[in-house]
Design a binder for this molecule. Sequence first.
Ligand SMILES: O=C(O)CCC(=O)C(=O)O
Length: 196
Amino acid sequence: MSQQLSLFDAPIEAHPNLPEGFAYRPDLIDVAEERDLVDQFRDLDFQPYEHMGYLGHRRVAGFGWRRDARGHMVETGEPIPDFLRPLLSKVAEFTGLAADSFRHALVTEYAPGAGIGWHRDRPPAVAIAGVSLLSPCAFRLRRRVGDRWARATQLAAPRSVYLMAGPARSDWQHSIPPVEALRYSVTFRTVAAPRA
Ligand SMILES: O=C(O)CCC(=O)C(=O)O
């Protein structure tokens, strides 16, 4: 029988102040693994993040899926590169999800002063796991409750991993305020769509 759990069986621990479906673990990788990944990023074709004419202050290199001109996610068929596979295995183990259920990988480069505004990752993304590299960030979450915002923040340390699934992905928005020093993230997404 497969050792992998389905998304619905995944052991997702909710911290009292953090949304259901959010999980965090420090030290997913060690300093040498972090350095090797950052070395490999030098060969990636980073592009400025662009969404329907809006240019973000961060650069991205994506695999498996991309956004089309209307902002819809489309499958590209480009495989997740081999150098990200050991990281994906660790992420999969952390989430309890099968590694091959993660079909989108995105490497994001945040120069000092870059962040990401409030948003929710919409379907076809189902679960998002993110690894932080080189510098910490405040990973903020919020959800509308009547006329106020419920809020939570997780400090995402370098080499840590977080998971957003269930309500943390579908009901809560997330954002990262401008970072003080160069930060990379590698986010992996499971996708609710038949393979192209
Ligand atoms: O850099 C991160 O950890 C978050 C990235 C993110 O929110 C996104 O790509 O939608």
